[in-house]
Ligand binder design. Structure first.
Ligand SMILES: *Cc1c(COP(=O)(O)O)cnc(C)c1O
Length: 435
């Protein structure tokens, strides 16, 4: 098995050693992806091996990423891999949510069950493994929150120094709290995500720090396993649709690559369609899909949404994401702040819960079924990307009717569930509970 890095640009396709510490193609500036020679094992052998590992107590086998290591064979050996038992996330039936979304049935693949509460862990265990292999001592990222929480945990667990850059005043508290607790050197910069990314790329180059943003091709490899694990859990029966939120579009790229590779290897016989949902205030990919000329994405200069995980105006991975959406006959939809907030409360009421960006999935499904794009009887899996506790302020404000959209309009608490203040009087409370 050989692994290498290949430029994603069709007209370049330059190849580099898998151990080059590069994030973009040195020749053309294009995105890079990991590519592998054809495996020798048969598909049936792999499926049996992966299933058998679920009963193993070996740390790598317990990881929902490294259990599938034959699918992401970029390392020469696994002795230094650090796993926090990422992946192995459940697929949950959301009956109430299905009805709200206009579907007979809806299942959620909940990445919020990860060790730091988001799908970033699936990618980060791979990114950190590559940093260790390259002999790096420091890793950095710019993040709307979850990447920093995840990188802080994995880098610290691996004995690397995590350095994180976040937009000042634009981060959910659960996420910042994690970065601090996991020991990251944390810089809050007075700039937006896209501006800070440019800054950090400069610093990484000058100081020899390994960058773990989602342009890092090894994070994409790890996130591919979300689709592989989903297919394993579905006994390899391919759903009609996989729905996910889109921000920097790393996950869209990873899901598409994972699905394509599974089909090429014969692990699945067809591709599900990808539906990528963006927040209307940060929807450059949605705009691109509606444009006559899709050769260049036009960045949103001031992205705005309370779903901070997808508040990105200039998504770096758009060329890959465009390819994957096209390959799967996918669609891109946008949803409003009110739609996200209500969908989130419905997912909560179904006993599942998620952070705002994740709820864009259900809001998008509701629109896409209403438009007839997704049929009522379709087999749909929505990927919930983050845990409900990531953004407790948002939850409390929604349920108490004081949540405000970025344009200062109040978001209606349509599914609100405010706490009730009562006197210390059993009689009074009894009357209320009987009512
Ligand atoms: C990072 C993140 C996203 C966006 O994923 P991209 O790969 O940037 O498109 C969505 N939801 C949550 C919770 C995230 O942490």
């Amino acid at each position: 098995m050989t692994a290498e890095l290949i430029c994603f640009e069709g007209r370049c396709r330059s190849r580099y050693a898998i151990t080059e510490p590069i994030y973009n193609c040195p020749r053309c500036g294009g995105l890079l992806e990991a590519a592998y020679s054809k495996p020798e094992s048969s598909v049936a052998e792999w499926k049996a091996l992966w299933r058998a590992r679920r009963t193993s107590n070996a740390p790598l086998d317990q990881s929902g990423v490294w259990r599938y290591r034959e699918f992401i064979p970029f390392l020469a050996d696994y002795s230094r891999v650090v796993t926090l038992r990422e992946g192995s996330t459940p697929i949950l039936d959301g009956r109430l949510a299905a009805e709200y979304g206009g579907l007979d049935r809806l299942r959620f693949k909940h990445q919020g069950f990860n060790p730091t509460g988001s799908f970033k862990d699936n990618g980060m265990t791979c990114g950190v493994a590559q940093a260790l292999r390259l002999g790096m001592t420091r890793v950095a990222c710019v993040s709307t929150g979850n990447t920093s929480a995840s990188m802080a945990a994995y880098a610290s667990a691996a004995g690397l120094q995590p350095i994180i850059f976040i937009p000042y005043g634009n981060i959910a508290y659960g996420k910042l709290a994690q970065a601090l607790e996991y020991g990251a050197r944390t810089f809050q910069v007075e700039a937006n995500f896209d501006q800070i990314l440019a800054l950090v790329r400069q610093l990484a180059e000058r100081l020899g720090i390994y960058l773990l943003n989602s342009i890092n091709p090894f994070r994409i490899e790890g996130q591919k396993t979300i689709m592989l694990e989903m297919m394993d859990q579905l006994d390899w029966r391919v759903p009609d649709w996989v729905v996910l939120p889109g921000g920097n579009l790393g996950n869209t790229s990873a899901f598409g690559k994972g699905l394509r590779e599974m089909k090429e290897l014969g692990l699945i016989d067809r591709l599900p369609r990808l539906a990528v949902i963006q927040a209307a205030g940060a929807a450059p990919f949605y705009d691109l899909m509606r444009a006559a000329d899709r050769s260049q994405l036009h960045a949103v200069v001031h992205p705005e949404t309370l779903a901070t995980a997808i508040k990105i105006g200039d998504p770096v991975s758009w060329p890959k994401a465009l390819h994957e959406v096209n390959t799967t006959c996918g669609v891109v939809e946008q949803v409003s702040e009110q739609e996200i907030a209500d969908a989130k409360a419905v997912i909560g009421k179904a006993g599942i819960g998620c952070e705002p960006a994740s709820a864009a999935t259900l809001a998008g499904i509701r629109k896409l079924t209403a438009a007839g794009t997704i049929a009522k009887g379709s087999d749909v899996v929505a990927v919930l990307t983050g845990n409900v506790l990531k953004d407790p302020d948002y939850v409390h404000q929604y349920h108490t009717g004081v949540l405000k959209a970025p344009d200062n309009t109040v978001i209606k608490s349509n599914f609100g569930n405010a706490p009730v203040v009562v006197p210390n009087d059993a009689g009074v409370i009894e009357v209320m509970l009987r009512g």
